[in-house]
Design a protein around this ligand. Structure first.
Ligand SMILES: CC(C)(COP(=O)(O)OP(=O)(O)OC[C@H]1O[C@@H](n2cnc3c(N)ncnc32)[C@H](O)[C@@H]1OP(=O)(O)O)[C@@H](O)C(=O)NCCC(=O)NCCS
Length: 205
């Protein structure tokens, strides 16, 4: 299924097709590179990529929402990846952020602290808001992940709860609302650590 890239100042956010994910998971970076017309690093694909591939095989119409390669246009080089975990309105977000989407992002080591994640995340959320009317965005972040916590804060996310992820352990949950009301579940302490909603769940798809 063809889905257009999202173009930002410095990047093309190129949807990862099943063929691209398969090539990456097999370690065939030449083939992966041909498929997105960019230099692709070795071994970037992890369990998360495998999970997204399974989702895509089951429902190809998810393509626009799942993983995208962050391609630095000036070098035709993949410097990270970004995407949502599902399409808007998934059941697991019903309580905390109805109609929302959960965001994930990675910028590879060498390319960090240049504002790349901020630019890619801002543009992806803008696309979801402008084109699809999404108003609620969620990220779940380990309390020890200072980089991601700083990034989320800078993007305007506020803490609305916490949970224990089966793979990643304890995580705080943050929300950003665009042009809409804050989550009804948001506690007075949101934005600070401690308090708020907590639980264990099938939260991560
Ligand atoms: C989190 C991550 C995506 C940030 O990418 P990045 O391109 O370096 O982020 P940016 O340059 O846009 O940084 C934006 C802000 O985030 C914060 N930040 C980024 N890296 C940071 C670090 N190492 N320590 C503290 N704050 C940091 C800062 O506030 C920064 O703004 P500043 O540079 O003006 O101070 C990157 O570190 C990464 O891929 N980490 C591993 C994967 C990961 O943890 N993903 C998130 C899972 S929830």
């Amino acid at each position: 299924m063809h889905t257009d890239p999202i173009c930002t100042n410095r990047f093309d956010l190129v949807p990862m097709t099943p063929a691209f994910l398969e090539a990456s998971l097999c370690g065939d970076r030449d083939q992966a590179g041909r498929l997105i017309a960019a230099i692709v690093p070795e071994d970037w694909a992890n369990e998360g990529a495998r999970r997204r591939l399974a989702q895509l095989r089951q429902d190809p119409t998810l393509q626009a929402w799942l993983l995208r390669a962050v391609v630095l246009r000036s070098e035709s080089r993949m410097v990270g990846h970004i995407g949502f975990h599902a399409r808007p309105g998934e059941k697991y977000l019903d309580e905390l952020a109805p109609g929302g989407v959960e965001l994930g992002y990675t910028i590879f080591d060498k390319w960090r602290r240049r504002g790349y994640a901020s630019e890619a995340a801002e543009s992806l959320m803008d696309w979801a808001h402008r084109v699809h009317g999404v108003t609620r965005f969620v990220v779940s972040i380990s309390p020890t992940n200072l980089a991601s916590l700083g990034l989320a804060r800078g993007l305007g996310f506020r803490r609305i709860g916490s949970h224990v992820d089966a793979e990643d352990g304890p995580e705080d949950i943050f929300e950003r609302c665009l042009g809409g009301q804050p989550s009804p579940k948001q506690s007075p302490g949101a934005g600070q650590r401690g308090g708020a909603t907590s639980g264990t769940s099938g939260w991560k798809l």
